[in-house]
Design a protein around this ligand. Structure first.
Ligand code: NDP
Length: 435
């Protein structure tokens, strides 16, 4: 921690991985004496740059841009771009570090990275977002490439932003190439990519329940967030017979005792993606629901919790409330939404708990499939991509079980995911020597 002062999120992510990896390295001599963890916590490269743009009033605005290129042992750097006022080096290093293990788990040849800016797209016009994206890419373009580093979306970066970023890259390089994923259908995007993180999380949850001979049918689910991940987790869970009770945004959450069905979810998608409104506006159309300002949904009663908003949004007391209310499973859709103390509560109470690096890996996996399709100049059908996604989530679940199951049959998915993700990267790093 002396080397990384003021980086609490990064240290939190490293600590969680180290807890699983250090005992594993001690038991397996081949992983000793290579300084693997010391190397893995040091990014291969970090770029930080000024992003200057002109707002609609003609005033100059200045933001900070970043790309953290964490580890390229098993493939080109890959990981999303986040545009949110809270973005700083600690958050991006934690996300890039997590991404290394997650990408390894997908079974695809993808290294780990993450980037973004403290720019806040909220309340900005489309033209302002475009000018920001163009300025951001005017520096980022020299650091990325389809065999080098392939960014994607994350919080605040969806289809609109990826489009503007891609357009600017193409203009500068005079090259049409798959340097970003999450692209639109008309210019190289993969079917099922927008759905993939949320769908993948639900496929993973389904696998976890199946280990107990259980299913999603009639299960009540508490979801946080109402962005990309939350929306498609809700969509797939509804399709599989579950009942969604809550969704949220950074202002509060809605609780609908009758369940957020397909039609109500369509309303939320339109509200969030097109009108860019707030979740509380749900009540204008569905007045029987209730809205809780400034709160997270974890004190409601539900069988399953899916935190799909942001890091550290589910605390120890929230975990205890979930357990007290009979929650049996927590599937992280966001990255590191549960604090270490919350995870401890879940483990102590034998709640099935999946860390984001396993259960939200469907997004980056499908980004990997988008890269393959771009290289082949060919598109798979939605059914083909969805089938591959299911297979990958299934494989990730299996890998977690292999490394995470204890003598009583309880699976510690955190341990399982960390070790399974570590092994492939470690083997590649050892083979490539002291670099
Ligand atoms: P979006 O920007 O589409 O949605 C984010 C949602 O979370 C919004 O409802 C937002 O509310 C809420 N949120 C964001 N920041 C905060 C905050 N500080 N406090 C409370 N609520 C907040 O992002 P995504 O759905 O893409 O990402 C959600 C999570 O999933 C992130 O942790 C991301 O890293 C992770 N993830 C995303 C992947 C993807 O493919 N998109 C892949 C793997 C992980 P509001 O509208 O008020 O800001």
């Amino acid at each position: 921690s002396d080397r990384n002062p003021n980086q609490p999120e990064f240290l939190q992510a490293v600590h969680e991985v180290a807890e699983a990896i250090i005992p594993f390295m001690e038991e397996n001599p081949k992983y000793r004496n290579h300084k693997l963890l010391e190397r893995m916590v040091e990014p291969e490269r970090v770029v930080m740059f000024r992003v200057t743009w002109v707002d609609d009033k003609g005033e100059i605005q200045v933001n900070r841009g970043y790309r953290v290129q964490m580890n390229s042992a098993i493939g080109p750097y890959k990981g999303g771009l986040r545009f949110h006022p809270s973005v700083n080096l600690s958050i991006l290093k934690f996300l890039a570090f997590e991404q290394v293990f997650k990408n390894s788990l997908t079974t695809l040849p993808l290294g780990g990275g993450k980037g973004g800016s403290d720019f806040d797209p909220k309340g900005k016009s489309d033209n302002e977002v475009m000018r920001f994206c163009q300025s951001f890419m005017t520096e980022l373009y020299r650091h990325i490439g389809n065999d080098k580093d392939v960014p994607a979306g994350d919080i605040g970066v969806g289809g609109r932003e990826i489009g503007y970023l891609f357009g600017q890259y193409k203009r500068i390089q005079n090259e049409f190439t798959g340097i970003l994923t999450g692209k639109g259908q008309s210019y190289g995007g993969s079917l099922i990519r927008p759905e993939a993180t949320g769908y993948g999380n639900v496929y993973f949850t389904k696998s976890m329940l199946e280990t107990q001979g259980d299913s999603l049918k009639s299960k009540t689910i508490l979801i946080s967030g109402s962005g990309n991940v939350a929306q498609f987790a809700a969509e797939k869970a509804i399709e599989l017979g579950a009942i969604i009770l809550t969704m949220s945004d950074s202002s509060g959450y809605i609780f609908d005792k009758d369940g957020i069905d397909r039609e109500k979810l369509n309303f939320i998608m339109e509200l969030k993606n097109v009108k860019r409104g707030r979740i509380k506006e749900y009540l204008d159309t569905y007045p029987s629901a209730r809205y809780e300002e400034g709160k997270t949904p974890w004190h409601e009663k539900g069988d399953i919790a899916m935190p799909c908003a942001t890091q550290n949004e589910l605390l120890k007391e929230d975990a205890q409330a979930l357990v007290d209310n009979g929650c049996i499973l927590v599937g992280e859709g966001a990255n590191m939404p549960c604090t270490p103390e919350a995870i401890e509560v879940f483990h102590n109470n034998k709640v099935l708990f999946s860390p984001g690096k396993a259960s939200n890996a469907g997004g980056v996996a499908t980004s990997g499939l988008e890269m393959s399709q771009n290289s082949m100049r060919y598109n798979w059908t939605a059914a083909e991509v969805d089938e591959k996604l299911k297979q990958i989530m299934n494989d990730i679940h299996e890998a977690c079980v292999i490394y995470g199951r204890d003598e009583n049959g309880y699976v510690d998915y955190v341990k399982g995911a960390n070790i399974a993700g570590f092994v492939k990267v470690a083997d590649a790093m050892i083979a490539q020597g002291a670099i």
